[in-house]
Design a protein around this ligand. Structure first.
Ligand code: SAH
Length: 203
């Protein structure tokens, strides 16, 4: 696809994007700003692209699916695991607006720096990036309304369940599915699983 509008049309036509605000976010945040130099010409293809250090910028249709399932609300406090290029961070920050915030943890310091550089163009005042192990969450800033991971997990960390608000959601790749866990009470979670995706593993 040649331009951002075509990519977004594709996401809407294939049913991945349903919500008007989500398609608006995809049009406002230019994926090209987050793709590595060697891959700029493929910015608007619906595929994951390498960003170095064994990581990749996620596939737009997968991101769209995750954003739709997240049921984001203006003012949401989000914890993102696996900042990578910062692309999803930007989409989240746009959708929760300045009334909300996104805290994002990346394991690899160089990628956190890349994300910081990519995001600097957008002047979001509601994003904070951290280097660390996302499996531990971010206790000091909890509870969160949504915890969204970009890397797949073999087990959902206990810290994520604990650091989630009641009625909050964890959205994470799990093997090659996407799992949505809704916190019903301190001890009860409802789980939905959607298959047919592929992800890089959480370290
Ligand atoms: N959604 C992002 C990138 C997803 S790739 C984008 O579109 O650019 C997954 C990212 O998770 C990679 O950057 C990887 O380094 C990071 N990651 C892997 N294990 C992690 C962990 N334990 N804690 C934090 N980040 C981790």
């Amino acid at each position: 696809m040649d331009n951002l509008e075509e990519l977004v049309k594709h996401l809407v036509k294939t049913g991945r994007v349903k919500n008007k605000l989500i398609s608006e976010a995809f049009l406002k945040i230019d994926r090209k700003d987050f793709v590595a130099d060697d891959y700029k010409s493929k910015s608007y293809e619906d595929e994951a692209l390498p960003i170095g250090h064994g990581a990749s910028i996620s596939q737009p249709s997968t991101i769209a699916f995750i954003l739709e399932k997240s049921e984001l609300v203006v003012g949401d406090k989000i914890l993102e695991i696996g900042t990578g290029s910062g692309y999803v961070t930007a989409l989240l920050a746009y959708l929760v607006t300045k009334k909300g915030r996104v805290d994002s943890i990346e394991y690899i310091p160089e990628l956190k720096e890349t994300a910081e550089k990519n995001l600097s163009k957008y002047n979001f005042g509601n994003i904070k990036l951290y280097v660390g192990d996302g499996k531990e969450g971010l206790k000091n800033f909890s509870p969160f309304n949504k915890i969204i991971s970009g890397a797949y997990v073999k087990n959902i960390p206990k810290s994520w369940r604990e650091q989630l608000e009641i009625n909050g959601k964890i959205i994470t790749p799990f093997n090659n599915s996407i799992i949505v866990l809704t916190k019903l009470s301190d001890k009860e979670f409802k789980q939905n699983e959607f298959s047919g995706f592929s992800f890089v593993p959480l370290r």
